[in-house]
Design a binder for this molecule. Sequence first.
Ligand code: AP5
Length: 192
Amino acid sequence: MFNVILFGAPGSGKGTQSQKIVEKYHLKHLSTGDLLRSEIAEGTKLGLEAKKFMDGGLLVPDEVVIGMIDSAINNNKDAKGFLFDGFPRTAVQAEKLDELLQQHNASINVVLALEVSEEELVKRLLERGKTSGRSDDADKTVIRSRIEEYRKKTAVVADHYRQLDKVKNIPGEGTVDAIFTLLSKEIDQVIL
Ligand code: AP5
C-alpha cells in the first residue's frame, strides 16, 4: 500500500491537487471535509453535530473524524493506497492514523506540505465563497478562525511526520499544473 498525506492550510489547494494525484497514481481519495459535507447533505445526526463546528471554522472532535477514516480504510481494503486530504489535523489524529495503518501492515510513505501565504489563502477562499455555497467560505471571520485552528492544532502534525523524515515542503502558489508537477516529482521519488 502506498499512502500520501496532502497537508496544508485551508485554501492551500489540497482538494484541487488531490483530484489530479488520485487520477495519476490510482489512489483512493479520503477527504474528511468531503465526508463531513456528505453527512450534512444527508442530514445525519453526525452531520448535524459536525455542522455546528464547521460553520464556526472550528475543528470537528477527533473521535468523529477518526471513526469516519477507520470505516473508510476498512471499506477499501483492496485499495492500492490512500491519499489523505484534510486528515490528520491534530496530533491525536496523526497517532491514530499511524495505528490504523499499522493494522494493515502499512504506513504513511510521504507527507506533501503545500506552503501558501495567509493573504493568498484568504483571497482564494473569499473568491470561492462567492459561488461555492460553503458557509465557511462566505465570512472573513470564519476563514480567519479556520486558519487560526490550523496554526494552533494542525501545524504540529507536520512536526510529527518531520521527526520520521517524511515531510516534503512544496511551494503552493503558482499555476495548478506547475504545483502538480512538483508534487508528482516528490511522489515519483518514493513510490514503490
Ligand atoms: P476541509 O473540507 O478539509 O476544508 P479546508 O482544509 O478548510 O480546505 P479547503 O477545502 O477549503 O481548501 P483546500 O486546501 O482543499 O484547497 P482547494 O483545492 O479547495 O474542512 C472543512 C471543515 O471540516 C474544517 O474547517 C473542519 O471544521 C472540518 N474538518 C475536516 N477535516 C477535519 C479533521 N480531520 N478534523 C477535524 N475537523 C475536520 O482550493 C481552495 C480554492 O483555491 C479553490 O477555489 C481553488 O480553485 C483555488 N485554488 C486551488 N489551487 C490554486 C492555485 N494554484 N492558484 C489559485 N487558486 C487556486
